[in-house]
Ligand binder design. Sequence first.
Ligand SMILES: CSC[C@@H](O)[C@@H](O)C(=O)COP(=O)(O)O
Ligand SMILES: [Zn+2]
Length: 202
Amino acid sequence: MTADISALDLEEAGAVLAAESARFASFGWMRGTSGNLSVVLSRDPLRLAVTASGHDKGELTPADVVLVDGQGAAVHGGKPSAEAELHARVAALTGAGAVVHVHTVASVAMGRREPGGIVFSDLEMLKGVGQPAHEVEVTLPVIANSQDMKVLGDRLEEARDPRMPAVVVAGHGLYVWGADPRQARHHTEVVEWLLELELTGR
Ligand SMILES: CSC[C@@H](O)[C@@H](O)C(=O)COP(=O)(O)O
Ligand SMILES: [Zn+2]
């Protein structure tokens, strides 16, 4: 346990992540134990609470959370998400306070159709990721999948567009981030809505 993060802080974070996870699972976005969530608990040193690996993400309890460092290694708790290192990388790179990873059908389907990136324009919903609705084109980057989180992190760093707090990982799912878990959830809902629209409309 680090001196600056109490067990209570971690359990409170676990309660938030369990609630967010149950919500995403209810949407069918975390089927078969897929997906993972994190929230930043301290910046210096970087510490995140991340969901434990391999659990049913619709049935998490506040205890199903692990404290990890800036490399995604466990500092306290059990086995962190297999993707904890990427969460830490996103938090360090973007300044986000929370990261969401979901396995949505629309993200994988659109990543296949548009491997060079998915362009959105003239949609009121773009305001939900801080962009104007009109006269702007915003691209959601698509990066190749890897089981190596360092490789995935390098790809995300190279491809990300500061105007879009998300990337699609081809053949895998969606990474989205925000200032806190609530904003990360809203960004996730908006990006997924945009993806579903494009999937339906093309
Ligand atoms: C069907 S689980 C797929 C996993 O390999 C992974 O991509 C995932 O999203 C969940 O991993 P986890 O280690 O439980 O956080
Ligand atoms: Zn995944």
